[in-house]
Write a protein that binds this ligand. Structure first.
Ligand SMILES: Nc1nc2c(c(=O)[nH]1)N[C@H]1C(S)=C(S)[C@@H](COP(=O)(O)OP(=O)(O)OC[C@H]3O[C@@H](n4cnc5c(=O)[nH]c(N)nc54)[C@H](O)[C@@H]3O)O[C@H]1N2
Ligand SMILES: Nc1nc2c(c(=O)[nH]1)N[C@H]1C(S)=C(S)[C@@H](COP(=O)(O)OP(=O)(O)OC[C@H]3O[C@@H](n4cnc5c(=O)[nH]c(N)nc54)[C@H](O)[C@@H]3O)O[C@H]1N2
Ligand SMILES: [Mo]
Length: 768
């Protein structure tokens, strides 16, 4: 039996050189090694391309900014393996659907447009033109434009996103489900209500001025490795980094920079976190409330001048602090009053504090209220809108923030639509469309009939896999614009198309020359990106070209000559400049080294809220992190119910699985594992290595189960479990969503576990 602590100790030795070495070996094994290395060196530099790994910003000094996981993303995209006609003639869709997510993507890059033939259950080649005509005919035959769903994944560039929303809106709908509905939606909702902008208020340089950085529910060592460099530098100059994480993530504790030669050679590592708290899943709102309550009770010096001048609703919030009991705070956060007092004192003692957060905060039922609570704490001390202070939701996909700026939004604001109407001299729909939740419901009930996906893998990424697969399968036409084969291509019944596109790393050369795209990082910096490597196949088209052609086939020359835009991204940028605030001089500005800043009203103390002030939220701490009906069911199971979080390993990019290693957590060779506190396991007469089945508890009578998961002892709060996504998506009930955000509660699922009585390997079955 391996002790949880030992395992983590071993893992701690990882990082540094090991993290680079494994990547380099992988790259050296690749046939396209020269391109890969050249790419790596160009990544995020002015004439290079934006790393598709994450949305963290780039330091302006132009140093080589790569990380292991960014390198993996590139190696994965620039593989020399390809699949085309022969592959799809060999394998039926039913066969492919029985393979793992890893196997599907590992087959290589898609090379030609394909159409599903339901008689043979196979994908067969189709010409680009025939594919565009098929989509146009189907769209134009719908009874209402609201029967079509236009999904976007956050890798899509500003240019293609702008074109895509213009196409959807001209067609007549605001049905724009997108990956951020499953990601940072709660951040947008909470920040819009509190401070009037749905984005973070800091830029990269603010991290140089902060003397406190609070990191909530985020694993940057794996998911934002370049952020670790920022944290490491901050820690070295004495900035206090305080982590709130359900797990003791190695990267947040110690980190050796892969870019500092001395640390590489000696494996020396910087201690990152000054303090590390491990709240229970869903316990952060309680934790932050406890901090604020302690500071109120001890008469800490709130920034009265700031509160009076800039905020609203403070009395109601302070009353709520009084009303919330310490018992409630301790029970829900899993932290003691003394721990929260310590964290609170640290916060109050800092001159400039930044709080960052990611999925550990946004994927709960009460995520919006949790982010409002973090904001409340900042408002009490005026910790926003000056150098080194502010709020920083750390976005995931490399352009997910830009997608939103470009209008990928099912609830566009009136100002956005008005400007679009001025540019194109016509009206656009204003009524709300579908987010991911509503789109899947509509497809499941066959109210929606066409699903078009600009990247991503909605079938594997969304909750409740059985429900979601059926929903996608119900589409009368399923169109996937993709680089690699994935689960979403295989949920087909009638018509389906796979349209293969260029990746970020590839050269997009049109009759008008080499094209650039632009992206916006988590700090509202917009910069250009240009691929360099030869495309994986001569038949690939850029995403812009594909969308322009679908639009042309469907809408003719309305409201623009789409084909003129198909090969000319600078013309699209000129339209963006006309239509969207902050993009004046777009084509000129993107030549600035490091890109240009879009600005952020809240960062300059301008509050675009209804009241014109930054608003405190006086929401009560929820009784339970689950809905009432579920709490009642949990009560029946008494002490055997756990809360499960679903998270990423070190060897995946969302639904793309690179391999079976989760080195920082000491796991190797398997992904069907369940992290458990040894005491919890023993209480259930279970041991490290035992196989279990996991069943979720929800208010309906549907059985949601995955089987044959191996227990791994881990340093995790009692009553909490962790397992990898997307394998555990069958467990997340479709209706288990965040209040106001509609985000699946992927970090708090009530489950029971039982020892598997057979060596089951049936997740694929239960997921279908
Ligand atoms: N290499 C790589 N990079 C990525 C991605 C990837 O898959 N691979 N995905 C990209 C995307 S789209 C996104 S959104 C980001 C995701 O970045 P993260 O949010 O870091 O991703 P997760 O793996 O979901 O990790 C959630 C973290 O929050 C902690 N946590 C979970 N629940 C709670 C809670 O209730 N309270 C607290 N305090 N902590 C909690 C978990 O222990 C874990 O450390 O990364 C982006 N970058
Ligand atoms: N249980 C659980 N579920 C979750 C989460 C969780 O933490 N737990 N996280 C959620 C989050 S934060 C997110 S963002 C979503 C992710 O949801 P998505 O964004 O939909 O999924 P990805 O896995 O990033 O998409 C991978 C696919 O994108 C395609 N692709 C890659 N590069 C390109 C490109 O350049 N162009 C095009 N057109 N296609 C490309 C490839 O075909 C690949 O198969 O998942 C969510 N689902
Ligand atoms: Mo995400």
């Amino acid at each position: 039996m391996t002790g949880a602590k030992d395992k983590q100790q071993q893992a701690r030795k990882a990082g540094g050189f090991a993290s680079v070495k494994s990547t380099m070996l992988r790259l050296l094994e690749s046939k396209k090694v020269r391109e890969n290395v050249k790419n790596l060196l160009r990544m995020n530099k002015d004439k290079g391309f934006d790393c598709p790994g994450c949305a963290w910003g780039d330091a302006p000094e132009g140093s080589i900014q790569f990380c292991e996981n960014g390198a993996k993303a590139i190696a994965w995209e620039s593989t020399s393996r390809t699949i085309g006609e022969a592959f799809f003639a060999r394998h039926s869709v039913s066969y492919l659907n029985r393979q793992s997510d890893y196997w599907l993507e590992y087959q290589g890059r898609l090379t030609e447009p394909l159409r599903y033939n339901k008689n043979t259950d196979r994908y067969e080649p189709i010409s680009w033109q025939a594919a565009f005509t098929l989509i146009a005919d189907k769209l134009n035959a719908l009874a209402s434009p609201d029967e079509a769903e236009f999904y976007t994944s956050g890798r899509a560039s500003n240019e293609v996103s702008f074109l895509y929303q213009l196409m959807g809106r001209t067609f007549g709908t605001n049905n724009f489900p997108d990956c951020s509905n499953m990601c940072h939606e709660a951040s947008g909702v909470a920040l819009n209500a509190a401070i009037g902008v749905g984005k973070g208020t800091v830029t990269l340089s603010d991290f140089e001025h902060a003397d406190g950085i609070f990191v909530f529910g985020q694993n940057p060592g794996t998911n934002h490795p370049r952020m670790l460099n920022t944290l490491r530098k901050a820690a070295k100059r004495g900035c206090k980094i305080v982590s709130f994480n359900n797990l003791k993530e190695v990267g947040l504790q110690r980190f050796a920079s892969p870019q500092v030669a001395s640390e590489l050679l000696t494996s020396a590592a910087t201690a990152i976190s000054h303090k590390y708290y491990t709240p229970k899943l869903g316990g952060d709102m309680a934790a932050v409330r406890g901090m604020a309550k302690h500071l109120l009770n001890t008469g800490a010096p709130f920034n009265q001048a700031f509160i009076t001048r800039h905020t609203g609703n403070v009395e109601q919030y302070l009353a709520q602090l009084h009303a919330t009991s310490w018992q409630h705070i301790e029970q829900q956060s899993g932290l003691t009053q003394a721990q929260l007092a310590e964290a609170a004192e640290l916060f109050a003692s800092c001159n400039n504090v930044i709080s960052t957060w990611a999925m550990g905060i946004t994927q709960h039922k009460h995520s919006v209220d949790t982010i409002r609570e973090i904001t409340n704490l900042h408002l009490l001390f005026g910790q926003i809108g000056r150098p080194g202070a502010g709020l920083c939701p750390v976005r995931g996909h490399s352009n997910v923030q830009g997608n939103r700026t470009m209008g990928i939004n099912e609830k566009p604001n009136a100002g956005f639509i008005t400007r679009l109407e001025q540019t194109f001299d016509r009206t656009f729909p204003t009524q709300s469309g579908h987010n991911v939740y509503h789109a899947l419901k509509a497809l499941h009930e066959k109210r929606s009939k066409v699903l078009i996906c600009l990247g991503g893998n909605i079938a594997a990424a969304a909750a409740d896999s059985v429900f979601t697969h059926q929903a996608v399968r119900n589409a009368e036409l399923n169109v996937q614009i993709s680089t690699k084969l994935n689960r979403s291509h295989l949920q087909v019944s009638e018509e389906a198309l796979i349209l293969p596109c260029l990746g970020r790393t590839e050269l997009d050369s049109t009759s008008l020359g080499e094209q650039q795209i632009t992206v916006e990082d988590t700090f509202s910096m917009v910069h250009a990106s240009q691929g360099r490597t030869p495309p994986a196949s001569e038949h690939l088209r850029s995403e812009v070209n594909i969308i322009a052609n679908i639009a042309h086939a469907t809408l003719g020359n309305h409201p623009v000559n789409w084909l003129e835009l198909a090969d000319d991204n600078s013309r699209i940028r000129a339209l963006i400049e006309q239509s969207i605030e902050g993009f004046t001089g777009f084509n000129r500005n993107l030549k600035q080294p490091g890109g240009f800043y879009l600005g952020n009203a809240a960062a300059s103390l301008e509050w675009k809220t209804r009241s014109g002030r930054a608003e405190f939220s006086a929401a009560p701490l929820p009784e339970s992190i689950f809905p009432m009906a579920v709490s009642e069911k949990i009560e029946q199971h008494k002490h055997s119910v756990f809360t499960l979080q679903t998270l990423r390993s070190h060897d995946q990019y969302n639904t793309t699985i690179y391999g079976m290693e989760d080195r920082y957590r000491g796991v190797s060779g398997d992904r069907k594992i369940l992290f458990i506190n040894p005491k919890d396991a023993q209480r259930h007469k279970l041991n490290d290595g035992d196989k279990v089945n996991i069943t979720s508890i929800w208010q309906d009578n549907v059985t949601r189960q995955v089987t044959g998961f191996k227990l791994v002892y881990y340093d995790i709060p009692k009553g909490n479990l962790a397992a990898y996504y997307p394998e555990t998506n069958p467990l997340v009930p479709i209706d288990s969503i965040g209040d106001q955000s509609f985000t699946p509660t992927s970090k708090s699922i009530a489950v029971v576990i039982e020892k598997a009585t057979f060596s089951a390997d049936t997740i694929a079955v239960s997921a279908r």
